[in-house]
Design a protein. Structure first.
Length: 515
C-alpha cells in the first residue's frame, strides 16, 4: 500500500510540470509604459435598420462600446446618387429573396440624397435629407462618431456620376448640412469623409475618371472646411499593387491632392490568420511612405475573417472562433500605425453582430472588450504573448486606479482551406473585375501552436502600491458570453493568477484600487 501511494505521488510530481508547461507564462509590468491603446472598435452599418424587419440597435451599440460607424451599405440613406435595380445580379446575390430585394430596391431609391441630376445643387429643395438625417441621428444617439462614406452600396449601379463637378458640389452641401447647419441642418462634427468603396469591384469607369472625381470631391470638401479629414480610396485588394493603390497615390502626389488618410480592406479568407491585417498594414505604410505620404493616416475600413455574406458562412462568422479571431486581429493591430479599424458589419443584416431580436453574436463581445480597454488607454509592457494566436493587451487608467489585461487565444482551424465565394456569372462579366486567381496574397504562415492551453499571469508594480484592490475576470467562450467568471480581492503591488483558456477564448481581467 505504501509503495503504491509513493508511486502515485512520484507520478503526480512528474506530471505536474508537464501540465503546467501547457500554460503560457505572461507578465505585465504596470510601471513600464509602451504607448497608448488606440480606439479600434468601429463597425460598418449603423444602429438604424437598413431594411424592413431589422431591429433598431442604439442601445446595443452603446453597450458594445462601438466608437465609430462607417456609413457604408446603408442601401439608400447617406448616399448621394445610388440607384438599385431589382434584376441586378449583384443585388440578387446579396438578397436572393425577391420580396426582401423588392423592398430594398423601392426603399433605397426613395432615400438617396440627390435624386434629380437636373436640379440645382445650391437649392435646398434639390435635396432629400430626411432618411439620412435619421440614419446619422441614430449613430450619434448610440454614442458613436460618424465616418461618412461617399459612394454607393453593394448592389447599386457602378457607373460614374453624369457630372463630376455637380457631384462634388452636392457632396460639399451634404457636409454643410451635417456640420454647418445648412438647410436647417446640424452641427454634428463629422470628421472623416471617405471617398468611394472598393473601386476594383464597384466602379465601372476608368481609373483616370476615378482619380478626377476624387480630385474634385476632395477639393470641394476642403473648400467647405479645411479641417476635415478627407481620404480614400477603400481599396479591396490591399496587398496587390494596382491602379487603386500605387496609381491613385501617384495621381494624388502629382496633383497635390488632399489625402489625410488612405483606407483599405482585408478579409482573411485565404488564411484565417489574424496577423494578416497587421502585415498588410505595414505594407500599406511602406507604400504610403515611398510615395511621400508620410503623414497620411492608414485606416482599415473593412475587415472580417471572411467576406462571405451568404448563409454558408453565417454560423462561422457568428461563432466564438470568429470572436477570438477579431480580438486577436485588434490586439495585433495595436502594434501597427492603423488609426481606425472598422469591422464589417455591426447591425443585424448580413454578417452583422446581432440577431433579429437584438441579441449579440459572439464577435460583438470582442468589440466590447476592446472598447473596455479604452478605460485604461495607457499601454503597458507585456511579455510572453506571441503573434501566432495568443495575443495580450494591457493598459492602465490615467488616474492610476485601474489596470486591465485582455487575453485572446485563437488557432487557425486544422486543415483550413481557403474559402472563396462564388459570385454570379454576370458579376464577373464586368471588365473592371480582376482575375481573382492572379491576385497577390500574403503567403500562408506555418504555425506550431504550443503552451496555449491557458495562462500563468503575473502583474507587477501595480500603481496603487500596498493597498487593497479588486479583481474581476470576464470570460468569452462557446459557453460564456463575456460573463463575470470570477471576482476576488488582493493586497499590494503584485497580482498572480493561473487559469485554463483553451482556444478559442477571450478573457478580460480588471484590477481596481479598492476605495
Amino acid at each position: 500500500m505504501v509503495k503504491t501511494l509513493f508511486a502515485m505521488f512520484f507520478a503526480w510530481i512528474l506530471f505536474l510540470p508537464a501540465a503546467r508547461a501547457q500554460n503560457r507564462v505572461l507578465t505585465v509590468d504596470a510601471a513600464k509604459v509602451t504607448g497608448h491603446i488606440r480606439p479600434l472598435e468601429g463597425v460598418n452599418g449603423g444602429p438604424a435598420p437598413v431594411m424592413a424587419g431589422l431591429p433598431s440597435l442604439e442601445k446595443q451599440y452603446r453597450q458594445t462600446l462601438i466608437d465609430i460607424v462607417r456609413t457604408h451599405d446603408y442601401m439608400g440613406p447617406t448616399e448621394i446618387d445610388s440607384h438599385f435595380d431589382f434584376d441586378n445580379e449583384t443585388l440578387a446575390w446579396l438578397l436572393p429573396d425577391p420580396k426582401q430585394r423588392r423592398g430594398v430596391v423601392d426603399a433605397g431609391n426613395a432615400a438617396t440624397i440627390f435624386p434629380d441630376w437636373k436640379a440645382d445643387p445650391e437649392n435646398p429643395q434639390s435635396y432629400r435629407f430626411g432618411p439620412t438625417d435619421n440614419a446619422i441621428a441614430s449613430i450619434l444617439a448610440s454614442g458613436a462618431q460618424v465616418y461618412y462614406r461617399i459612394g454607393r452600396s453593394f448592389g447599386a449601379r457602378t457607373n460614374p456620376p453624369p457630372d463630376f463637378d455637380k457631384f462634388a458640389d452636392v457632396v460639399k452641401h451634404v457636409e454643410m448640412h451635417y456640420n454647418q447647419g445648412w438647410d436647417n441642418g446640424f452641427h454634428d462634427h463629422i470628421r472623416y469623409w471617405e471617398f468611394w468603396n472598393e473601386p476594383e469591384l464597384f466602379w465601372s469607369g476608368t481609373p483616370q475618371q476615378f482619380y478626377s472625381l476624387y480630385e474634385k470631391t476632395s477639393r470641394a470638401l476642403k473648400s467647405a472646411d479645411p479641417s476635415l479629414e478627407v481620404g480614400g480610396d477603400t481599396v479591396a485588394f490591399s496587398f496587390a499593387p494596382g491602379p487603386y493603390r500605387e496609381g491613385f497615390l501617384d495621381y494624388c502626389r502629382a496633383h497635390k491632392l488632399p489625402l489625410d488618410f488612405y483606407s483599405w480592406h482585408y478579409y482573411a479568407d485565404y488564411s484565417a490568420d489574424p496577423l494578416d491585417p497587421s502585415q498588410v498594414a505595414r505594407e500599406i505604410r511602406r507604400v504610403l511612405d515611398t510615395h511621400g505620404f508620410t503623414r497620411t493616416k492608414s485606416i482599415l475600413s473593412e475587415y472580417n475573417r471572411s467576406a462571405d455574406f451568404t448563409a454558408d458562412m453565417q454560423d462561422e462568422l457568428r461563432s466564438v472562433d470568429n470572436a477570438a479571431f477579431v480580438a486577436d486581429t485588434l490586439i495585433y493591430l495595436e502594434d501597427t500605425d492603423v488609426a481606425r479599424a472598422i469591422f464589417y458589419r455591426g447591425d443585424a443584416a448580413w454578417m452583422g453582430l446581432f440577431d433579429l431580436s437584438g441579441k449579440p453574436y459572439k464577435p460583438a463581445y470582442s468589440i466590447r472588450a476592446m472598447g473596455e480597454m479604452q478605460k485604461t488607454p495607457i499601454r503597458l509592457q507585456v511579455t510572453g504573448a506571441d503573434q501566432d494566436g495568443l495575443a495580450v493587451l494591457a493598459g492602465s487608467s490615467r488616474n492610476a486606479q485601474e489596470v486591465q489585461i485582455l487575453i485572446s487565444n485563437y488557432e487557425i482551424p486544422p486543415n483550413y482551406q481557403p474559402h472563396i465565394m462564388k459570385p454570379p456569372p454576370d458579376f464577373l462579366k464586368d471588365a473592371s473585375i480582376p482575375d481573382f486567381s492572379k491576385l497577390k496574397h500574403l503567403p500562408r504562415r506555418e504555425i506550431a501552436y504550443k503552451d496555449n492551453a491557458g495562462y500563468d499571469l503575473t502583474v507587477t508594480n501595480l500603481p496603487w502600491g500596498n493597498v487593497a484592490f479588486t479583481m474581476r475576470r470576464y470570460r468569452l467562450t462557446a459557453k460564456d458570453n463575456f460573463t463575470l467568471a470570477e471576482e476576488s480581492e488582493g493586497l499590494g503591488g503584485q497580482f498572480k493568477v493561473s487559469r485554463s483558456l483553451p482556444p478559442p477564448g477571450v478573457e478580460l481581467i480588471v484590477l481596481k484600487e479598492k476605495k
